[in-house]
Design a protein around this ligand. Structure first.
Ligand SMILES: [Fe+2]
Length: 249
């Protein structure tokens, strides 16, 4: 916020000091405002000693005027259209990933597949992605942006893979999705930086980026373990571990 420079002198300096001519000359060069018993403050036109904030002049700036149009956000301040659009895109990414995980949950929950641990893991993952979308929706509203939901693409419903088996194939797909989501989040962060929006940068860093790299690490470990166990019996043990992971906690 801009501050107007002014010179401040003690009131006593300008009164009753026996230098009447100095006071008259000084006063003629400054517009004055003062309160009895407090510091004397005068606006000045040259380089000054310090600045005083003048709120009623500052709030008349265009960027601070409160809109009268009821369609416009009252809260919006220094929030770029580009940032608003990028957040809407990320909301769509989160919903799409959530939808894919939901399809995986439905697949592994089938009676003839019956890998309940994987079903539970993907159901929880789907909910987490949806929570990410909700978090972004709330943030969009906090900044005075307008949420626009885009289309969600129908995901695959079959995850059998002749060579890898369904568990490894689905987990590798999940790993690729998490990395893709991370790419999108980094792009969103770059948009915030480019538009000089440190609050949005901080929101993405603190609420998303750390969690995202942790998700990538966890799923990468699952892929490594599934590659070790192969298909069949080993997958059943892996699935049991996923199913009962929370029991030990
Ligand atoms: Fe996410």
């Amino acid at each position: 916020m801009l501050l107007r420079p002014v010179l401040a002198l003690p009131f006593s300096t300008l009164q009753g000091n026996g230098h009447g001519s100095f006071s008259k000359t000084f006063l003629s060069n400054f517009s004055l405002s003062s309160e009895k018993g407090k510091k004397f403050v005068a606006s000045a036109s040259r380089e000054q000693d310090f600045v005083v904030f003048r709120p009623f002049e500052e709030v008349e700036k265009d960027s601070l005027l409160v809109p009268l149009n009821p369609q416009l956000s009252l809260a919006r301040h220094r929030f770029s259209d580009v940032c608003e659009a990028a957040i809407n895109e990320q909301i769509n990414v989160e919903y799409n990933v959530s939808y894919v995980y939901h399809a995986m949950f439905a697949y592994f929950d089938r009676d003839n597949i019956a890998l309940k641990g994987l079903a539970k893991f993907f159901e929880k993952s789907s909910e987490e992605e949806r929570e990410h979308a909700v978090k972004l929706i709330r943030y969009q509203n906090i900044r005075g942006g307008r949420v626009k939901l885009h289309s969600i693409v129908p995901p695959f419903s079959e995850f059998e893979h002749e060579e890898k088996g369904d568990a490894l194939y689905a987990m590798e797909l999940a790993l690729a999705l998490e990395k893709l989501t991370n790419e999108k989040l980094l792009s969103l962060h770059r948009v915030a930086e480019t538009k000089n929006d440190p609050q949005m940068s901080d929101f993405i860093e603190s609420e998303f980026l750390t969690e995202q790299v942790e998700s990538i690490k966890k799923i990468a470990e699952y892929v490594a373990q599934l590659r070790l166990v192969g298909k069949g019996h080993g997958v059943w043990h892996f699935d049991q571990k996923l199913l009962h992971d929370d029991d030990a906690a």
